[in-house]
Design a protein around this ligand. Structure first.
Ligand SMILES: CC(C)(COP(=O)(O)OP(=O)(O)OC[C@H]1O[C@@H](n2cnc3c(N)ncnc32)[C@H](O)[C@@H]1OP(=O)(O)O)[C@@H](O)C(=O)NCCC(=O)NCCS
Length: 193
């Protein structure tokens, strides 16, 4: 357990600032989290009330920060400061040094490369700070935009876990992707980081 006031450090990219969530983010984030198009391929359902968004930015975030996780980060587009999505990395299986990447971006901001840009920064922070051997990402079959994000990040498709997720009364196929530490390091060298 980390001290109660621990927060993941703010990360900056060319266009984005990624920062920990605060309670004040509930209202602006709700305007995006209430959109069913955003949750078409997510484990969570679109929010019905701002209270659900508050539970995310306050209770869920606090729990994860208490565990010392870089999850969830608020994605903000400079010079703005309001959240337009979330991304982060967390332990999927700590004894096996496997982490998982997750992300979502508000619909008006799709197709600008924000998910890939934000995820690249979070990946760099996570690989350096937590030293995972494996970073994985799971995508519900049909989410082509998310597959493309992972391709841009050099993740490798491993296979599909057929009918492995019961969601909204349907069994969904889940595509598994991974990026190993060595592969990430090669990518960093190529990028000259
Ligand atoms: C998936 C998601 C995060 C992508 O965010 P984004 O900021 O638009 O992503 P990027 O702009 O970095 O990249 C999207 C890529 O997918 C491509 N794309 C978008 N829609 C597509 C589609 N229907 N089929 C194929 N490719 C598609 C874009 O062209 C882009 O590729 P390019 O840069 O080569 O042109 C965003 O659509 C989202 O938040 N969706 C809802 C939540 C979600 O599904 N999260 C992921 C759960 S695994």
């Amino acid at each position: 357990m980390m001290p109660p006031d621990w927060r993941p450090p703010t990360l900056t990219t060319a266009r984005l600032t990624l920062r920990p969530f605060t309670d004040d983010d509930a209202r602006p984030l709700f305007e995006h989290a209430r959109n069913p198009n955003v949750t078409r391929f997510t484990l969570w359902d679109h929010h019905q009330t701002v209270g659900e968004t508050l539970a995310f930015v306050r209770d869920y975030a606090r729990l994860r920060y208490r565990e010392g996780m870089a999850e969830p980060y608020a994605i903000t587009v400079r010079p703005g400061t309001e959240p337009v999505g979330a991304c982060g990395c967390f332990w999927a299986a700590e004894p096996h040094q496997t982490m998982e990447l997750g992300y979502w971006v508000a619909e008006p901001f799709w197709g600008r490369g924000y998910a890939a840009e934000a995820s690249a920064a979070v990946l760099r922070y996570a690989f350096k700070s937590y030293q995972p051997e494996r970073m994985q990402a799971r995508v519900i079959a049909g989410n082509f935009a998310s597959v493309r994000v992972l391709e841009k990040l050099n993740f490798r498709y491993e296979g599909t876990l057929r009918a492995s997720l019961l969601r909204r009364s349907r069994f969904e196929d889940v595509m598994m992707f991974s990026l190993l530490r060595a592969e990430w390091a090669v990518g960093e060298l190529t990028r000259g980081a």
